[in-house]
Design a binder for this molecule. Structure first.
Ligand SMILES: NC(=O)c1ccc[n+]([C@@H]2O[C@H](COP(=O)([O-])OP(=O)(O)OC[C@H]3O[C@@H](n4cnc5c(N)ncnc54)[C@H](OP(=O)(O)O)[C@@H]3O)[C@@H](O)[C@H]2O)c1
Length: 291
């Protein structure tokens, strides 16, 4: 496939750059400075070429920035993805866009399916809920992959930074009562490719298998680091209520585990368990530390 990847410098983008060319795809991967998704002249230029698929990983993921500047960030998180969906539909290209567990309120203590109605509490969540609803109408040949707690090498997310935090700090504070499911970026890239190569369209939840909490994930990361001989300094993991973490924390969902039974049924056995993926991530940190 001739694939255009936008936002290629981000966490998921970089892992797609590592994944796609190994499977025979002709990839054009553009970072933010190379293609701004709100720059319509640049998009006019890019869409003069014929694409089989366009993958958009560009977004503003900074939660507080979305809260504080909802109109500015909606241009990137909502308006530009809708424009890309229109352009893909006009050209007959498949469009791949990413959504988030933040489309949910977080008050249901069960895994959330593709059929559960979004009820976002935040600006970021509303931007994602809007694209989930609109993109399939504008581009029926599209995939909206709803992901959560993405982490991997080089990432800036809490889980991405955990091995270095646990290595350097004697104690760690984590959000209390936050349960959900995480996605290891190399697994996210592989599953995005598999879904793109399949005839599947529509909204699909995509995370590693099994629920966890930030506290449980941090303890598991400590165990994996101990087992890998990485000698973490941290010995105390403290749970902190949302109210003590900052003004916008109450707008983040408490319970937002994404149900992946659709994906696992259609593509058995589905994504691997989160603990296996975490062990693979810690091994990459070990080889980095040994360099
Ligand atoms: N990270 C998570 O835990 C998580 C969870 C759920 C859903 N998602 C979604 O998954 C997708 C990928 O997330 P990610 O973690 O890989 O994000 P990321 O690491 O923050 O990368 C996003 C990339 O988009 C770029 N970008 C921002 N504005 C742009 C614009 N106007 N034009 C072009 N590029 C622009 C950024 O460049 P600069 O750095 O130069 O701004 C950055 O390289 C996003 O749709 C995100 O909302 C992520």
């Amino acid at each position: 496939m001739r694939i255009l990847l936008l936002g290629a410098g981000g966490l998921l983008g970089r892992h797609l750059v590592a994944e796609l060319p190994h499977h025979g795809h002709a990839l054009t991967a553009l970072t933010h400075p190379e293609a701004d998704i709100t720059d319509t002249h640049r998009l006019d230029e890019l869409f003069r070429q014929p694409w089989d698929a366009v993958i958009n990983t560009a977004a503003v993921c900074n939660f507080d920035l979305c809260e504080n500047a909802p109109d500015v960030t909606a241009r990137i998180n909502r308006d530009a993805p809708l424009d890309l969906a229109d352009r893909c539909h006009a050209q007959g290209a498949k469009y791949v866009q990413f959504s988030s567990d933040y489309v949910f309120r977080g008050d249901l203590e069960r895994p959330l399916t593709e059929r559960d109605a979004p009820a976002p509490l935040s600006a970021y969540g509303r931007q994602k809920a809007d694209i989930e609803k609109e993109i399939p109408h504008r581009c029926p040949q599209s995939l909206v992959l709803r992901i959560s707690w993405l982490y991997g090498a080089g990432g800036k997310t809490f889980m991405s930074l955990l091995p270095s935090l646990l290595a350097s700090d004697s104690s760690l504070r984590v959000a209390a009562g936050k349960t959900g499911r995480c996605l290891y970026a190399p697994d996210g890239a592989e599953w995005t490719r598999l879904l793109l190569e399949s005839p599947r369209t529509g909204l699909v939840n995509l995370v590693n298998d099994g629920d966890t909490s930030w506290e449980q994930f941090a303890h598991a990361c400590l165990d994996e680091m101990d087992a890998a001989g990485l000698h973490p300094r941290c010995r105390s993991i403290l749970e902190v209520p949302y109210a003590d973490l900052g003004p916008n924390w109450s707008k983040r969902p408490h319970h937002s585990a994404l149900d992946i039974s659709t994906l696992s049924r259609e593509f058995p056995p589905g994504p691997r368990p989160w603990r296996e993926a975490l062990a693979a991530f810690v091994r990459t940190q070990k080889s980095f530390a040994e360099r």
